[in-house]
Each structure stands twice: as C-alpha cells, then as structure tokens.
Unconditional design. Structure first.
Length: 423
C-alpha cells in the first residue's frame, strides 16, 4: 500500500498506455483540459483572492463565520464528488459531467453581486463548489485515461502547471481591478463571471466528446458495455491500496489549514497592507507552476509516496515559520514558497497514484473516493480552525494544526510504506 507505480505488476494496461502516448509528450486532451482549467482558475482565483478580505473587513464577518463559509466552500465539493465521479463512469461521458460542473460554477459568479448575508453567500458558495465537485473527478479521469501509467505524474504535473498559471493570473487581475475600479469588489465578481463562461466554451468546443481519453478503437465497445452500477463502485473500497490512500488523504486533510486562513495569518504576521493581500496567492501559484511538472516527473521515478509526504513536510515548515520566525521582509516569500512546494508535491501526485489501483471503467469513481475523503477532512479543518481562532486566537489554533500535521504525517508514512510483495 503505497503511492508509487514502480512496483506495479506488468499488465495489459502498460501496452495500452504505450499506444496513448510516448516519450515525454502528453496527450492533446491533457493540454486542452489544462487550457480549460487555466481559464477557469483565472475566474475562480479572482474571487478567492479577495473573498477573505471582503468577508472579514468589508462585511465584518468573524473568523468563526468565515471558517464556516470556507468550510461550506470546500465541503460542498466533497459531498458531490462521488456523485460526479460515479455518474461520469455510469453514462461513460466524462466530458458531459465535467461540462455541467464548469457551467454551474460559471452561473454562480454573477450571483455574488447580489448577495451579502451569511445564508445567501453560503448558498452561492456551496453551488459554486458543487460545480467543482462535479467536474473534478471526470476531468482527472480524462487525463488519467489518456496517459500511460508510467507518465501519470508528468501528465498531472503539466495539467496542474497550466491550472496554476490561471491561479497566478487571477489574483493579478483582481489586484488591478481593485485599484482601477470604483466599486472594486463588484467589478472583480463581474469580470470573473465573463471569464468563467469563456472556459466553458473552450471545453464544449475543443475537448473530445467521447469518453475522456479513451482510444478511438474502444469507443464503440465502451458504448456497448452495461452501465457501471453503484455496487461495483462500492466494491472499490475492498482494494487495500485504495483504502490506504483515501484514509491517509483524509488524515492529512484534517490538519491542512485552508489557503485563505494561511494568507490571513501571513498578512497579520508580516503586517501586509490590504491593497497587497490579493497578491499573496500569486506567490503560492508561482512556485506551484515552476515545480508541478518536475515534481510530478520525480514522483514517477522515485515513488509517489516519497514526494507526497515531502510536500506535507514543506507545509509543516511553513506553519513553523508563521508561528516562530521573526517578522522579516523575507518571511512572506519563504512561507509562500513552502506553500507552493506543498501543492506541487501533492496536488497532482495524489490522483496520479490511482493509475495502477483503479480499473479504467471506474477511474472517475476511484478519483472521487479519494478526493472526497480529502475534501471532507479539509471541510472539518476549516470549521475547527475558525472556531479555535475565535476562542483562543490565531497562534494557538495554528500550533494545534502543526502538531496534528506532524503526527498525521508520521502515521501516513507508516501506512503507505512500501512492502516487499508489491515491489
């Protein structure tokens, strides 16, 4: 039970994989989906970059209320990931389910212009994350099914790098809009809605309509197969390696502080002005962009378990700096760099690890199982961290998360330890 494909037994999948791609190239569908994610992330990160400040300073929400909304923002995606993954496998049309998810998120952006109460905001954010939950597993399944097993890390790294390019451009766009527009927040939400629609159009026009990533000679055969049943999907939980992967993702997610809280803590710790706050995610995204492909390829070579756990060590180091390092000008750069390393070493490596565990016809469901376990855990972490910050303050709340992350990483390292029989 571990996160590396070096020890996977040779199967027919390897021969099939060689027909899907060769050398260091990635499949065209990976590049197109990366473009969709790039555009969509410009839209979503424009909102994400300003939302914490908008809610806490403009609307006057407490950390507890913000933590609840942030938890809803992430938890809603978790609740529908399984539905999106299973339906994509059941109807054998990953593009359709991904398109519904992207479209729902695009519809939610202009609604942010109309709401200001906690309940209404929570509803809009939940719908937006519902869209993300519906699209994530089908999209990653299209990437996985179009890529040879031994190149999964590289393919997901390329996609995440393109996705992160959008995550860099989004905060930059929000920064300039806030400085130029009289009603800055409304302008950010309006432009975000227009960009989101563009992402949906690219998906509809350029992503192949058949089952994501499937080979042309398989298209007819896939259509003739009986639909995937819920019983088959639940049978995935009998796979020991999948259970270990899902369990460790959940365990580590319970101590992974939300990005929004990290940026709020960094702003307070380094005394960063409100005008510069939207640029903080840019630092994380820049490092993520630079390292996503190299660390994905490294995971293919040395083992995904090693890279995955190293990413959490990087995050733990960032927590330690926020807690105990002096407030020097270098502090924001160090924390954001470590934050970016964490995402580069984990975000694409986790789904890549499923290539040798889950059969092709259930790939989206398997991805959804692991993604759901992680998202639900992070939902709980957001609620707990917001409550701890409100009651005890930001320092004790972060210290508790750091201690928890250290313990959980040690447990995950043991559970995901390579064994001789799988070499």
């Amino acid at each position: 039970m571990y996160l590396t494909d070096r020890s996977a037994p040779a199967r027919a999948d390897s021969e099939q994989g060689r027909r899907r791609g060769a050398g260091h190239r990635v499949a065209p569908v990976v590049l197109v989906l990366g473009s969709v994610s790039l555009i969509t992330d410009i839209s979503s990160e424009m909102v994400t970059a300003v939302l914490p400040l908008y809610l806490v300073t403009t609307l006057g929400f407490t950390p507890l209320v913000f933590g609840t909304l942030d938890g809803v923002y992430n938890g809603a995606a978790a609740l529908v990931q399984l539905t999106g993954g299973h339906l994509a496998d059941r109807v054998r049309n990953h593009k359709l389910m991904a398109g519904i998810g992207y479209g729902l998120s695009a519809l939610c952006k202009p609604l942010l212009l109309l709401v200001s109460s906690v309940g209404a905001l929570g509803t809009v954010l939940a719908l937006d994350r519902t869209g993300k939950g519906l699209r994530t597993a089908p999209r990653d399944a299209m990437i996985s099914l179009s890529t040879p097993s031994e190149k999964q890390g590289r393919a997901f790294g390329v996609h995440r790098a393109m996705d992160t390019t959008g995550a860099m451009l989004g905060p930059l766009a929000a920064f300039f809009i806030l400085r130029a527009a009289a009603d800055g927040y409304d302008a950010v939400f309006g432009v975000s809605a227009c960009v989101a629609v563009l992402g949906v159009l690219v998906l509809v026009l350029f992503v192949p309509g058949k089952r994501g990533g499937a080979r042309p000679d398989d298209a007819g055969a896939a259509d003739g197969k009986p639909p995937v049943r819920v019983r088959e999907a639940l049978a995935l939980l009998k796979l020991p390696r999948l259970r270990a992967l899902a369990g460790c993702a959940a365990l580590l997610g319970l101590t992974t502080v939300s990005d929004a809280f990290v940026y709020l803590l960094l702003q307070r710790r380094a005394d960063i002005g409100d005008a510069w706050f939207p640029l903080l995610p840019l630092g994380t995204a820049a490092v993520f962009l630079l390292l996503a492909v190299p660390l994905g390829a490294l995971a293919d070579r040395i083992g995904r378990r090693t890279v995955f756990l190293a990413g959490h060590v990087s995050l733990l180091t960032g927590y330690a700096l926020l807690l105990w390092a002096p407030a020097t000008p270098a502090l924001p750069f160090l924390v954001l760099a470590l934050h970016g390393v964490f995402y580069a070493a984990t975000d694409g490596v986790l789904p890549a690890a499923l290539a040798d565990i889950v059969p092709e016809q259930l790939r989206a469901t398997g991805l959804a199982l692991v993604g759901t376990s992680q998202a639900l855990a992070r939902f709980c972490c957001s609620l707990a961290f917001g409550a701890a910050w409100t009651v005890w303050g930001d320092g004790p709340a972060l210290a508790g998360s750091a201690i928890g992350l250290l313990c959980c990483a040690a447990v995950a390292g043991t559970v995901l330890r390579p064994t001789d029989e799988t070499r």
